[in-house]
Ligand binder design. Structure first.
Ligand code: 5GP
Length: 141
């Protein structure tokens, strides 16, 4: 399976559809998941096209994981979360729905289960507030 230039995250990277950005650098982009499995759920993606972990350029993957670490730490600080779940799915059978490599970053709290995937869309105002909160925590990290 190849890379589809018209997948939703490629469109977000090109600015063709909106997203709630946390941060970006030359190689990566971090933004809020529109159907969060918990408050503060974000996604980190490479700017260089990659379908998933099976075809990604290793340097691009390393850059993604550097950003995951930064955003993960900032998210835990921003939400005062004692735990952090990192998820990454590959191909339909592996749970992948959007075919541009992405890593989920989800703050976790005692006794709070993840909501099911593909739940309701979050209020854009909440997503904007949460993106700003994580972004601000990156500044002080
Ligand atoms: P996966 O492919 O790893 O199963 O998950 C794809 C993720 O992308 C889901 O968590 C879903 O909520 C999120 N998602 C799907 N469409 C959009 C979108 O248009 N914008 C944003 N920000 N997230 C999306």
């Amino acid at each position: 399976m190849g890379y589809d230039n018209d997948n939703i995250f490629a469109k977000i990277l090109r600015g063709e559809i909106p997203s709630h950005k946390i941060c970006e650098d030359d190689e990566t982009f971090a933004f809020m998941d529109i159907m969060p499995r918990g408050p503060g759920h974000s996604l980190v993606i490479p700017k260089k096209p990659a379908r998933n972990i099976l075809d990604v350029d290793p340097a691009s993957l390393a850059a993604v994981m550097r950003t995951v670490q930064k955003v993960g730490r900032a998210t835990m600080n921003a939400f005062d979360a004692p735990g952090l779940t990192i998820q990454q799915f590959n191909e339909t059978e592996g749970g992948q729905v959007v075919f541009h490599l992405h890593v989920h970053v989800i703050p976790r709290f005692a006794g709070v289960a993840l909501k099911p995937p593909a739940g309701p869309m979050e209020d854009p105002k909440v997503l904007a507030e949460n993106a700003a909160r994580i972004s601000a925590a990156l500044e002080v990290a």
